[in-house]
Design a protein around this ligand. Structure first.
Ligand code: NAD
Length: 473
């Protein structure tokens, strides 16, 4: 036999090179020192993710479910739940520990798995055609400071259910808690027999690393959960992208509403996690007939009214910038903290929310404050309320709420506001499955239309046809 030794030598060296690379890629996921899935550079994180995607493609749907089960169980482990909820607050200085626990648990329990990947079949005289939800491969996901761990849990479940792997680019202010969570999930996945590095990230998140992730040829899809800047950026990337952007959800209360319940629901939703959820009540438009009653009931439920005009002016100057935008140091702070900084001491210690009577064009209405300060605007009738709500929502088409018993009014507002989530007679969080029907997501894709994302949102639809067979009717 005539053997070319040069060819053999080249093949051996290629195999060796590749195995060295594999060695590097595989090693982090089995580490238990908190670095599993964490890479020094974005290129390494993406390459490891691509290798994992190749392995995941060889596994079955039951395997994916087993991996998702491992994620769900890990988050419900008290030690992990406590740590990620506390560290998210400590590191980002945003939100409230008890509410982070609820949100993290919700993401673990109510994010759907593979069950939403339902195959569609069409049969006829020409045979059968099926359409299946198939993976993209490596997904690059950018996560917000406001839901740093919830988004990682929710995106990981949805993306792995869809057969993908995910590289996270978190906000630098959430790098520690994200790294802990990614490594903890990788350890749990390894124990469940998953390929290593289904979930990866970088040790030092930065805008440069996000840019590198967006342009990396092995990243097939981008998902941005955040404000307008990052959503615009991924949508301009030239890649398939999902944008889950900002909201400024209005609430309308009309004269037919159960005012006690409306007040309790609004205070609960607007104070939840110190108002940082993108779906949280950000401004109220209440008709004159019930305006005073609503304010009275809100106060009874833990709202504190700042009423002195000079205090309102000082509050505005304290939490917003002169040329527009909010001061980051007040985002996600508690009502008590904000009042203390303002030099006001409420009689009760159980204050959850600050309310302020304002005009419809006040910056408290127009800015997405993301802190427990809720403007309550008085309007003549429900049509004026809906018109103002439409303006305050800025065309984000994100989330809106109404408290009413009038079906026509509710339908009218739903049509006019045209939001991805519309909640009637409940706190905003009912819209993501907390006390309301339906699944949970922490990536609500209004701008790109996927809505409340799930595994299906992160899949390619592929058709498979067999001609002249399997029509058995
Ligand atoms: P943010 O836009 O400041 O940051 C979000 C992420 O994008 C972070 O990881 C940040 O590092 C990154 N980023 C921002 N600008 C970037 C740029 N130019 N280049 C590269 N990376 C960039 O938002 P945030 O304060 O972390 O989160 C709050 C915002 O996110 C609010 O507007 C809120 O409504 C929105 N949000 C939306 C959803 C949703 O599902 N639609 C969910 C949560 C938060």
């Amino acid at each position: 036999m005539n053997v070319d030794l040069n060819i053999i030598e080249r093949l051996i060296s290629e195999v060796l090179d590749e195995s060295e690379i594999r060695e590097e890629l595989i090693s982090p996921a089995v580490r238990e020192d908190g670095t599993a899935g964490i890479f020094p550079t974005m290129d390494e994180a993406v390459e490891a993710s691509a290798a994992a995607a190749g392995e995941l493609a060889e596994r079955g749907m039951q395997d994916r479910e087993a991996y998702i089960k491992a994620i769900r169980e890990t988050i419900q482990n008290e030690e992990v739940l406590e740590k990620i909820s506390r560290e998210a607050v400590d590191e980002t200085r945003i939100g409230c520990y008890e509410h982070k626990r609820i949100k993290n648990r919700l993401a673990a329990v109510k994010t759907p798995g593979t069950e939403c990947l339902v195959t569609e079949a069409v049969t006829g005289d020409n045979g059968m055609m099926i359409t299946e939800y198939c993976p993209f491969g490596v997904i690059g996901a950018i996560t917000p400071t406001t839901n740093p761990t919830e988004t990682v849990i929710n995106n990981s479940i949805s993306m792995i259910a869809g057969g993908n792997t995910v590289v996270f680019s978190p906000h630098p202010r959430a790098k520690g808690v994200t790294a802990y969570l990614v490594s903890r999930l990788n350890q749990a996945l390894a124990a469940a027999g998953a390929p290593e590095n289904l979930i990866t990230t970088v040790a030092e998140p930065s805008i440069e690393n996000t840019n590198r992730m967006m342009e990396h040829p092995l990243v097939r899809m981008l998902v941005a959960t955040g404000g307008p800047s990052i959503v615009h950026k991924v949508l301009s990337s030239g890649k398939k992208a999902i944008g889950a952007g900002a909201g400024n959800p209005p609430v309308v209360v009309d004269e037919t509403a159960d005012i006690k319940k409306a007040a309790a629901d609004i205070v609960a939703g607007a104070s939840f996690d110190n108002n940082v959820p993108c779906i949280a009540e950000k401004e109220v438009f209440a008709v004159s007939a019930i305006y005073e009653d609503l304010i009275l009931e809100m106060k009874a439920k833990g709202a504190y009214e700042v009423s002195d005009p000079e205090d309102i002016r000082r509050l505005l100057a304290m939490v917003t910038k002169e040329n527009g935008g909010v001061r980051v140091e007040f985002v996600g702070k508690s009502a008590a903290y904000i009042l203390e900084k303002l030099g006001l001491v409420p009689a009760s210690r159980d204050i959850r929310l600050i309310i302020v009577r304002t005009a419809a064009d006040h910056p408290f209405v127009t800015e997405e404050l993301m802190m427990p300060i809720l403007p309550v605007v008085q309007v003549n009738d429900v049509d004026e309320a809906i018109d103002n709500a439409k303006i305050a929502e800025h065309g984000n088409r994100h989330t809106a709420m109404i408290h009413s018993r009038n079906i026509e009014t509710m339908s009218k507002m739903a049509r006019i506001l045209d939001t991805t989530i519309f909640v009637k007679n409940a706190p905003s969080y009912a819209g993501i499955g907390a006390g309301g029907e339906g699944h949970t997501t922490f990536t609500i894709a209004g701008p790109t239309g996927e809505g409340l994302t799930s595994a299906r949102s992160f899949c390619r639809r592929r058709r498979c046809t067999v001609a002249d067979a399997f029509n058995i009717r």
